[in-house]
Design a protein around this ligand. Structure first.
Ligand code: FES
Length: 100
């Protein structure tokens, strides 16, 4: 029987070899996005949502079905926001942050 450490090392090596590792080297890190909310500039990680960006600035976006620890449902439409170049208001909880 393998020791726990040996098993873990083998398992870790498997994930590295098969590129299943979620941690990327800094050289592969994606740059931050620059955007502006209510005229206030900020930088966010690519893939973060508009509601997360607004909350990081201390801007409250009313929401009902959004919770940061739950999957995104985007059903209630309480968090609709105006996004530049979008033809209609979008749900801040489900919209990825656009570039400024
Ligand atoms: S909080 Fe419900 S749609 Fe965004």
């Amino acid at each position: 029987m393998k020791s726990f450490t040996k098993h873990f090392r083998d398992e870790f090596q498997y994930h590295i070899d098969h590129k299943h590792c979620l941690v990327r080297p800094m050289s592969e890190a994606r740059p931050l996005l620059n955007l502006e909310i209510d005229g206030r500039p900020l930088q966010v990680k690519p893939g973060s949502t508009v509601i997360e960006a607004a909350h990081s600035l201390g801007i409250y976006v009313p929401h009902f079905c959004y919770h940061k620890k739950l999957s995104i449902a985007a059903n209630c439409r309480m968090c609709l926001v105006q996004v530049e170049k979008a033809p209609k208001p979008l749900p801040a909880c489900a919209t990825p942050s656009p570039k400024a």
